[in-house]
Write a protein that binds this ligand. Structure first.
Ligand code: ASP
Ligand code: MG
Length: 437
């Protein structure tokens, strides 16, 4: 069994949806995981925000606009009257549901129902399209098997058992279609795996049922060794290990959802990153044996980082201090990305700043707190194991003309990270590329 996940641009219009049929092989057993049509989830977020803010007119206008886009898509997608009719009914059903929330109290529960509609629509449309062209497929409702627990962690055993049961019930089918991104939470409510979560869905499915391979189809030919939008002459990386990919995915969230490496790694299912626009291109294969010895693999950057320094000459050397600092972040469910320490201060970074004011206030008990916004993490991934040498100096030499706020080396064998002001990012990426490749 293979898992094939197609992102929003791969189902972005009627032509693209039809073209998916050139990639899937209906004779082979596979589960196709689809995102919402490109732009839909963003629009659904806007609609929810308008409802939450009590702005019903704005919500109605956005609903109408999105509805109109789907009417146009249906007109192009289906050739028969029956197809048109089914498509139209489907779209009307989902948009009536979305519009119905205007008369309700609007809570995060309603919001998550609205956010789920994009994937419910795209998968059913694809199923209808396949039916119209005479190809058998079976829709697997993600809400019947994809589940997270009270800590928002996937319940792998539940996913495996429910999915195997569903597959068994339809053992005469080869081609299954399911929704990425959406799930149920521990209360049984509709929830989701966070933005970009369809990759995570594909990985969880592949891992839980022990698939042969997980394919993530996007609009770029694999993971590149630097950001192709910023640096000229980047190349796709043919093979990566799970560890290397995990380091990079956090930075290249656009191509692979950062959490999606771990289930595949835990159950040793290879992940292939492929390009819908260029299906023959080899892309990137992420597997157990993908590491390359003694080389730099890739450079990546992540913006929107906030650095926090806690200066405490009094307490830093005391045991238990770091625990108390970390507990503040734990209380506010805010992950820490990078950490560096000195004898008198600790610096760390976060990318989720929702609770920053509360965190800053509590950290104030330990000493003086200094916050720097608009920071970027630059990450160099490669084989920097204990028996290698010279990489740190080459990396630092490449950025010697740029002010660096933090450096992290040795956390894993695969990563050298630096924090700098976002305004220096482009220069840093280019200079590192020239020096390291
Ligand atoms: N449709 C969701 C999003 O836009 C999930 C995904 O595309 O992976 O975030
Ligand atoms: Mg994505």
């Amino acid at each position: 069994m293979k898992i094939l996940k197609f992102g929003g641009t791969s189902v972005g219009n009627a032509g693209r949806i039809k073209a998916l049929f050139n990639i899937i092989n209906p004779q082979e057993r596979q589960i196709v995981v689809l995102s919402a049509v490109a732009g839909t989830t963003n629009s659904l977020v806007e609609i929810s925000q308008a409802f939450a803010g009590g702005d019903k007119d704005k919500a109605s206008a956005s609903i109408e606009m999105l509805h109109g886009q789907y009417d146009a898509l249906i007109a192009e997608l289906f050739a028969t009257d029956e197809g048109q009719q089914n498509g139209k009914e489907l779209i009307d059903y989902h948009f009536n549901l979305i519009a119905s929330f205007s008369s309700h109290l609007f809570t995060p529960i309603e919001e998550k129902i609205i956010l789920a509609q994009g994937e419910l629509i795209s998968t059913t449309l694809f199923h209808f399209y396949l039916t119209e062209i005479g190809v058998r497929s079976k829709l697997l409702p993600a809400l019947d098997f994809m589940k997270i627990d009270e800590d928002n962690e996937p319940k792998i055993d539940f996913i495996r058992d429910s999915l195997n049961e569903l597959l068994l019930q339809s053992s005469d089918h080869n081609l299954f279609i399911t929704q990425g991104y959406i799930c149920r939470n521990s209360f049984g409510e509709i929830d989701n795996l966070r933005r970009g979560g369809s990759d995570y869905t594909a990985s969880l499915i592949g891992a839980s049922i022990g698939a042969d391979e997980i394919q993530i189809w996007t609009d770029i030919d694999g993971m590149h060794n630097n950001d192709p939008r910023i640096v000229k002459g980047t190349n796709p990386i043919a093979n990566l290990s799970f560890d290397e990919a995990a380091e990079l995915a956090y930075f290249g969230a656009k191509i692979l959802h950062p959490q999606s490496v771990f289930p595949a790694q835990r159950f040793n299912v290879p992940v292939r990153l492929l390009n819908t626009m260029e299906p023959q291109a080899p892309g990137t294969l992420i597997s157990k044996s993908g590491a390359a010895k003694g080389v730099v693999r890739s450079i990546a950057a992540k913006d929107g980082i906030t650095a926090i320094r806690i200066h405490s000459s009094r307490m830093l050397l005391a045991y238990g201090f770091l625990r108390r600092v970390f507990e503040v972040f734990e209380r506010y469910k805010t992950p820490i990305d990078m950490i560096t320490t000195s004898e008198v201060a600790i610096s760390l970074t976060i990318d989720e700043t929702k609770y920053l004011p509360e965190i800053e206030k509590e950290l104030g008990d330990f000493g003086s707190v200094h916050i720097d916004r608009d920071q970027t993490i630059i990450c160099v991934v490669g084989d920097f194991g204990l028996d290698t040498h010279g990489y740190a100096s080459r990396v630092l030499d490449a950025v010697k003309h740029i002010p660096v706020r933090m450096i992290s080396y040795g956390g894993s064998n695969y990563n050298i990270s630096m924090l700098l002001q976002t305004e220096y990012k482009v220069e840093a990426l280019r200079s590192l590329h020239n020096r390291l490749f």
